[in-house]
Design a protein around this ligand. Sequence first.
Ligand code: AMP
Length: 410
Amino acid sequence: MTGTRVLVLNSGSSSVKYQLLDMSDSSRLAQGLVERIGEQTSRLKHTPLATGESRERSGPIHDHDAALKAVAEELAQDGLGLDSPELAAIGHRVVHGGKHFTEPTVIDDAVLAEIERLIPVAPLHNPANLTGIRTARALRPDLPQVAVFDTAFHTTMPESAARYAIDVKTADEHRIRRYGFHGTSHAYVSRATAALLGRAPEEVNVIVLHLGNGASASAVRGGKCVDTSMGLTPLEGLVMGTRSGDADPAVIFHLARVGGMSIDEIDTLLNKKSGLIGLCGDNDMREIRRRVDEGDEQAKLAFDIYIHRLKKYIGAYYAVLGRVDAVVFTAGVGENAAPVRAAAVADLETLGLAVDDELNAVRGDEPRLISPAGARVKVAVVPTDEELEIATQTYALVESNGYAAPPQGN
Ligand code: AMP
């Protein structure tokens, strides 16, 4: 293998996000997004990082194949074509890897079949991820393609955390257990937090709070996940932009029996119309804070519910870990919303947790501590970088294997 470039693809049902990185120095060469694939109003936005000047295309892009070809053309225009010998591999974000994909995995036909077998537990995500993989394989059949699973980092959870307390036979038959998501982010951020503390990941216990539009918490002991807040699907856990997070499962029976709602309607309610948007009509924390500052009671209640849930998870994971070295905030809300960070650890001095208001108010792209000097438990902000993590894992795998692409069947 000679090349050092890795293309990272994150394929959704009607979108493809991509980044091209050079792993000789982890730098970004280009990034972009194709949206509304299959519609008349598709859009491709491409940014070569050398100039930083974005280009846009609009007009119908019929399918993922056409989308990837358009991306390849844009990259070629910048001298970064996918036919370049510099390209070492393509890394795919795959949302659900079930119980068995514990590591990034070079994709062959058997791996594809297993990702397909997991569709019942990830009906929204895995089909789109598969389409992206198939398209990329057709485009560069000679190139190693690696699946990096959102669930992989959480496969170290003990059974006591991963199992729901429901009938074992039924659970196993339907593969019902807690898988967790956002794993590449929790992996990257927990490692970067250890680096920020100047210690090895094996030495530190960290609570990671990934607070974006989707949100999840994890308890990481010595670099390994021991609990996380998302479960069978990304619906469980924290209050999110549009998802309810934890709710008594009997809410569903009640809405069906008494509310007369169908299962699909309840699914939409809990995944798309709940969380912050269901509580106050906004899911953007900036807007919610603006409303809170203006004295809006509904926004204040939404914010308080969000913080209450977050605090409960910090407390729970503190107990799970026993000793906590750092609590770290990441993703859109975690990296930017100082009031969320301050409120989440307010009044927890007896647990050794506090933020320094001045440090908390500082904005920036670098990992940083926001706890007072000498604090027993550090509080940190560490910007996440899922694409870099996918590229790093992909490159490490193909480099160590001195790799050749596996044969393709169909
Ligand atoms: P993500 O899913 O990680 O991209 O996070 C997106 C969310 O981050 C948005 O919905 C906002 O709620 C939040 N966000 C982004 N920028 C800010 C900011 N400056 N202040 C507060 N929240 C922000």
